[in-house]
Every structure is written in C-alpha cells, then in structure tokens.
Design a binder for this molecule. Structure first.
Ligand SMILES: C[S@@+](CC[C@H](N)C(=O)[O-])C[C@H]1O[C@@H](n2cnc3c(N)ncnc32)[C@H](O)[C@@H]1O
Length: 332
C-alpha cells in the first residue's frame, strides 16, 4: 500500500488526536522541516527534475536524497517541493522577524500542496504567536481524475508526437497554447526559452507519468494536509484563484514574510506588485526560482530596478535567493 494512503484524513485526524494535541507539540521545541518533504518514506519523484543554475532536465529514478534536500525534484506525495535548505531559510526568516518584532503576516504566492505554508504556520505555533496570519495563495486547481488506461496511452503518444516536432517556431506556439489552457498558471504571451525546454522535456516523458488518483493540490486536499498537522485554524487563510484577483480583496494590513513561488514572469510580477509595498522594513522577500527560471528572474530584476531596491540578494541554494527589506522602495 502507498504510504500516503495510511496517513489520516481530515475526517479522522480529529478523532485520532486529543483536541489539544498536534504533531508540533509532540516534537518540541521546534517544528521538523523534514516532515513536509516526506524524507522519512523516501517516496519517489515524478520522473523529471531540473537542476538549478544550469537548468538541465533529467529523468529521476526513484528517490534521491540530495535532490530532495536541494528541492530539485518533484515529489509524488510530499507536501512541498522546496527542499530542506529553503525550509531552513523560512525558519530563519520567521524567527528573525519574530525576534526583531517586525510587524506583519506571512504570505506565499504559489503554495501548491501547502508544505511551505504548513511549516510557516507550525513555526507560529511553536513560538506561541497568535497575532499573525499565514496567507496561502494558489489556484488550488483540482487535477482531472485519471481516465481509462487505453485513452491515457493514446493521449500520451499524441503528446510525445507533438513534442517531437523539432521546429522552434512550433514549440513556442505549443507553449503559448499549453499556457492558455493550463488552469494552474496564468497565460504568458512572452514565455522564456527555459519554459519551452521544460515543456518539451515533460511532454516527451509523459509516458512515464502514470494516471493516479489524488494529487494533493485541490483546496480541500491542501486543507486536509494542514489538518494532519493539527494546524487548520483561523491563522492560516487560503486565497483561491489568480493572485491578481484574490490578493487585492484580502484584508492584509502588513507583511513581514513575502515568499514568491509562482514560477513564471506574470505570477512573480503580480506577487511583487501586490505585496512588496506591504512588506515591513525588516521583513524578508524570498524568491523561490530566481536562479532556475528566467521569467521569474526577469520579473524580480525589473521590479527591483523600477523601485530602486538595492538590498543584497543572498543565495539560498541552487535555485533560490532572498533579501531583507531595509528601506522603503521608490515609485510604488
Ligand atoms: C512551484 S509551485 C509552488 C510550490 C510550493 N511553494 C511548495 O512548497 O511546494 C507553483 C504554484 O503556483 C501556482 N500559481 C502560479 N501562478 C499563479 C497565479 N498567478 N495565481 C494563482 N496561483 C498561481 C501554481 O498553480 C502552482 O501550484
């Protein structure tokens, strides 16, 4: 049996644990960043991963500890794909803003299965902080359930055929089309080449991706993930939909952690435009894909230039960086 199937669901987690118990209180004093990565069960990755700076795509065979720790694989069941260094970075930033009394909530733009926001909420709990909220933003789109195996195989073959057409012009149009129909990311009329290479790689290896039930990404599944840690309460709020439609409606006064993980140019730019002004001086801006996705880097560089942001960017691992906001930006 898949280990994931043994994990309690929202429905029975409350029956399993006494009402005032949660996993954090079982492991004092600090939350364990290993847990949302599923390091314990060595579960496999989806069959692709990319390695940060050189953006080389490879097939991954089973579980690889280094890649999981570096946040370079795409885990099947783990609640986050960001790896141990970036989870440690979250802990560092959270504890620093708490110690320095920097006002504001925490936000992640792009939460997927929820592991990073679960960890943020866990840190608040571990430090007994009750006056800050974690905002989790995503489309939380529910994946299409797997269909008939024969139909799946025919679709996979057609996808492989399309991806094998060598014309760059065709591939660019294919990427634009896929972005338009993909309910997870907003369409981008000017996508970068690395997104095109990623798409072609994934399409060519789609035959390795088996149809499977329950990819934990819909809103109910993510809330269920949070509940498994005993952390589903008012201090974690979910904004479901496109960032530019949900974040402006949310009653967010100030932020002390802004974690950008929307991958693409428009998503990263939206996260910055909608949230950076609210980031308190002393707070942290974390960019998950600065070194791995050109669109993300382009958005951050443009925004920093436009607003005269000169704080030093610090590398976290092969893919990511962060900076501490030390002054107000210009021209908001
Ligand atoms: C790389 S995943 C996030 C990974 C996650 N932080 C983790 O801990 O594993 C990127 C997510 O951002 C979401 N996303 C990207 N652009 C978005 C947008 N403009 N509005 C809403 N969600 C968006 C995608 O649907 C996807 O789930």
């Amino acid at each position: 049996m898949n280990v994931c199937q043994r994990v309690p669901t929202v429905a029975n987690v409350c029956q399993l644990l006494p009402t005032d118990t949660n996993l954090i209180s079982l492991h004092p004093p600090l939350p364990l960043p290993h847990s949302p990565q599923n390091l314990m069960y060595c579960e496999s990755s989806r069959p692709v991963y990319f390695y940060g700076a050189n953006k080389a795509y490879h097939l991954s065979k089973g579980f690889n500890l280094n890649r999981r720790v570096g946040g370079e694989d795409m885990p099947e069941n783990a609640m986050t794909m960001i790896g141990l260094h970036r989870l440690n970075n979250i802990q560092h930033c959270v504890e620093q803003v708490l110690q320095d009394h920097v006002p504001g909530d925490f936000i992640e733009t792009g939460s997927c299965k929820g592991g990073a926001v679960i960890f943020m909420r866990a840190l608040l709990k571990a430090h007994r902080v009750t006056d800050r909220t974690v905002w989790s933003c995503d489309t939380f789109s529910t994946p299409t359930p797997p269909g008939n195996v024969v139909v799946h195989n025919v679709v996979v073959f057609l996808v492989w055929l399309l991806a094998s057409i060598p014309s760059l012009w065709f591939r660019r149009h294919l990427l634009r089309f896929v972005m338009k129909v993909n309910p997870e990311f907003p369409a981008d009329d000017n996508p970068d080449d690395d997104e095109m290479h990623a798409l072609v790689f994934i399409m060519k290896h789609a035959y390795l991706m088996k149809p499977r039930p329950g990819v934990m990404k819909g809103l109910t599944s993510v809330q269920s993930n949070v509940a498994r840690y005993g952390l589903l309460d008012d201090q974690i709020q979910f904004l479901q939909g496109w960032f530019d439609q949900t974040i402006p409606q949310a009653p967010i006064q100030a932020l002390s952690i802004l974690r950008l993980d929307g991958d693409t140019y428009p998503s990263t730019m939206d996260g910055l435009k909608l949230c950076y002004e609210k980031l308190s001086v002393g707070g942290y801006c974390i960019v998950d894909d600065y070194f791995s996705l050109d669109g993300c880097k382009r958005a951050v560089d443009e925004y920093r230039t436009l607003h005269g942001i000169e704080e030093e960017m610090v590398r976290i691992d092969g893919l990511s960086c962060f900076w501490k906001k030390t002054m107000l930006g210009k021209n908001y």
